[in-house]
Design a protein around this ligand. Sequence first.
Ligand SMILES: Nc1ncnc2c1ncn2[C@@H]1O[C@H](COP(=O)(O)OP(=O)(O)OP(=O)(O)O)[C@@H](O)[C@H]1O
Ligand SMILES: [Mg+2]
Length: 392
Amino acid sequence: MKSAFSPTAPISQRDLFAGRTEQMIALIDAVDEAGQHIVLFGERGVGKTSLAAVTSNMLGGSALSVRVNCQNGDTFSTVWKRAFQEISITSQVDSAGFGSNPRQTVQSILVALDLPDELSPDHVRATLTLLARDRAVVVFFDEFDRMQDGAVHGQFADAIKTLSDQGVRATIVIVGVADNVSDLVSEHASVERALAQINMPRMSVGELSLIVTRGLETTEMTIDPSALSRITKLSQGLPHYTHLLAQQAALSAVSEGRDNVEPDDVRGAVVRATERTQESIASLYYSSTYSAREKNIYKEVLLACALAPADDRGFFAATAVRETLSKLLNRKVEIPQFAGHLNAFAGDRGPVLRKFGAQRKFRYRFINPLLQPYVVMRGLEDELIPASMLDE
Ligand SMILES: Nc1ncnc2c1ncn2[C@@H]1O[C@H](COP(=O)(O)OP(=O)(O)OP(=O)(O)O)[C@@H](O)[C@H]1O
Ligand SMILES: [Mg+2]
C-alpha cells in the first residue's frame, strides 16, 4: 500500500503519474521548438514538480536533462553552478608509453571548463552552446519563486534572450508557484516571444480518479463509485489529499479483510488524513479558528469559505460565503455578521485568506490552497457538516 500512493513526495515515475496530458504535450512541444523557453506556473501543490520530474525523465533518453531546486538566498550564479555540477563529461586522457591503457576521467562541466566562481548570463550561454553541440539540453529550475535576489529575473531574461537569438538547442524551464507569468518572472516582457507559458490548473475529477484507481490496481484492489467520488470531492483538485485519502481508505478496507474500498472507509480515512496532514497546516487551522469565547463561529465561517463556490482561480465573494454559512448554521445570516471574521482571516488570524479588489467588490482566496480541504475534513470530523453533503 505504501508504494501505491505518494501523498507527500513528488512523483517521478510515469506509471504512478495521472493525467496532465495537455500540459506534458505543451512542455515537450516547447522543448522541441528552437528558441523557445518555458515558464510552468500554478498554485501550491497542484503537481508542478511531478510534471517536471516525469517529463525530465522522459526527455532523458534523447536530451541532457537536469533539474535544480532554487532556494531562498540563491543567485543566478549559484543555481547555474548547481545545474552544471550535475553535468559531467568523460574525457580520454592518453597515458604516455606503449601498452598502457588510456585513462578516462569524469569531471563536472564546472571543473572541466574551469568556469569562474561567479557565472554571468554570458558564461551560461557559452557553456550551454558547447553542451548543446552533441544533444539538446534542458534545464529545469523548480521553486523559482523562492529566489529573492533582485537581479535574478533580469539575468534569466538576458540568458533566455541570447540563447533564443542564437538558436542554441538548450531550453530553460522555470517552474514555480504563481498566478501568472509576471508574478514568477518579473522581466518577462522583454522575452515574451521566447517564453511558452504553461499554466497548471488544479486537477480535474477525472485525473484525480485516475490517481485512485491506478494506485489501487497496483495492489489488486477496487473501489465503490461513491467512495471514489467522496475522495475526489474532498481533494478539491489537490492531488496530495487524493493520495492520502485513498491510501488511508485502502488500509481501512484491508484491515477488515476486504479488497474493495467502501464509502465508510473514506469516513475513517478523513480522521487519519487530518492527523497526518503537515503540522504547519494543522497549526494554521488552530490559530485562525481559536477563540476563548465559547460561542464563536470562526470554524463555521472558515468552513463556509472552504465550501463556498469559487471561480477557477479559487476566488470567492462574501455573498457566496453568506449562502453556505446560512446552510451550515441552519439560519439566515447576513454579511455584517461575519464580515469581521473575514477581515480577521485576512489579517491577524493566520492570515489564511488574502483579500483582493475594491470596497463592495472584495474577493477572497485561501493563501495556502492546502488548508482548504483540511478545513472541510475537520468540519466533517467535528460534525459541523453532515457526511451526506459529500454525496450531494
Ligand atoms: N499527475 C499526478 N499524478 C499523480 N499524483 C500526482 C500528480 N501530480 C502530483 N501528484 C502528487 O501530488 C502531490 C503534490 O505534487 P507536487 O509536489 O508535484 O506538486 P507541486 O505543484 O510541485 O507542489 P509545490 O507547489 O508545493 O511545489 C505529491 O504527493 C504528488 O505525488
Ligand atoms: Mg513543487
